[in-house]
Design a protein around this ligand. Structure first.
Ligand SMILES: C[S@@+](CC[C@H](N)C(=O)[O-])C[C@H]1O[C@@H](n2cnc3c(N)ncnc32)[C@H](O)[C@@H]1O
Length: 222
């Protein structure tokens, strides 16, 4: 790990990717081994039953989506629909996204990352995505100009994420409320039907952004 570079962000605790072992049954997707056409790569973390993933790949055939879900029953529902749909620009992955991304995704290779309605983690806010050291790793995988889209119905989660994006991660960001007729995910549909406000934060990786894991690849030695 490079120790003496001027970091763009203020996060003190460093993520330690070398401590994560390879996910069980790990298979590297073809699009990562052989993306000759330079198709933009998009990630979705916590895809649930895949409602967003399945419509995204139809609406954006020029992009390749890797959608990751760790809960078995949700993933199985997602995988069944994905198989029926047969989209060639989708990989549905059953794994913990943290270990999987560490083992599969190269630095500066992702155009966009969706985190839609993550678990609220109200009793353990260290587990909220922008509070985690892993968020630095995620930023290292994003291309310059790439975007992270976070949505939640929990206003305090959004307030904290917005504050962390600006104060800790130094990311240009915009916050807005999700249109009341939006239907991207099952949770979004449920929350909006209950009359709740849903929030969205879009964060962009600026030119020259530096993390401690910019060079890290599987098998790199710190
Ligand atoms: C509240 S649900 C939202 C699902 C979907 N995005 C939606 O909006 O309908 C959050 C999902 O994230 C998944 N999840 C949480 N942490 C994860 C991780 N580290 N890797 C993969 N999936 C994760 C959970 O299993 C759960 O299905």
């Amino acid at each position: 790990m490079t120790e003496n570079i001027a970091l763009t962000h203020q996060k003190q605790r460093a993520f330690q990717p070398h401590k994560l072992s390879t996910p069980r049954d790990f298979v590297m997707p073809d699009v990562i081994i052989n993306n000759k056409n330079g198709t933009p790569l998009v990630l979705e973390i916590g895809a649930g039953k895949g409602k967003h993933a399945l419509s995204f790949v139809t609406q954006q055939p020029d992009k390749h989506l890797i959608a990751i879900e760790r809960t078995r029953n949700k993933f199985e529902a997602f995988a069944k629909h994905a198989e029926l749909q047969g989209a060639s620009n989708l990989d549905a992955i059953h794994a913990d996204a943290i270990a999987w991304i560490v083992h599969a995704i190269a630095p500066s290779s992702v155009a966009k990352i969706f985190i839609l309605y993550p678990n609220p983690e109200q009793h353990n806010s260290n587990q909220q995505w922008l509070n985690m050291p892993f968020f630095e790793f995620l930023l290292s995988r994003l291309q310059v100009g790439g975007e992270i889209v976070l949505a939640t119905n929990i206003e305090t989660y959004m307030d904290n994420a917005e504050r962390q994006a600006t104060d800790v991660w130094a990311l240009p960001n915009t916050r807005c409320s999700v249109p009341t007729d939006s239907e991207r995910t099952h949770f979004e549909v449920k929350y909006l039907a209950r009359g709740e406000t849903c929030w969205e934060l879009r964060m962009n990786k600026p030119e020259g952004y530096k993390t401690r894991v910019d060079e890290w690849k599987v098998n790199s030695k710190f």
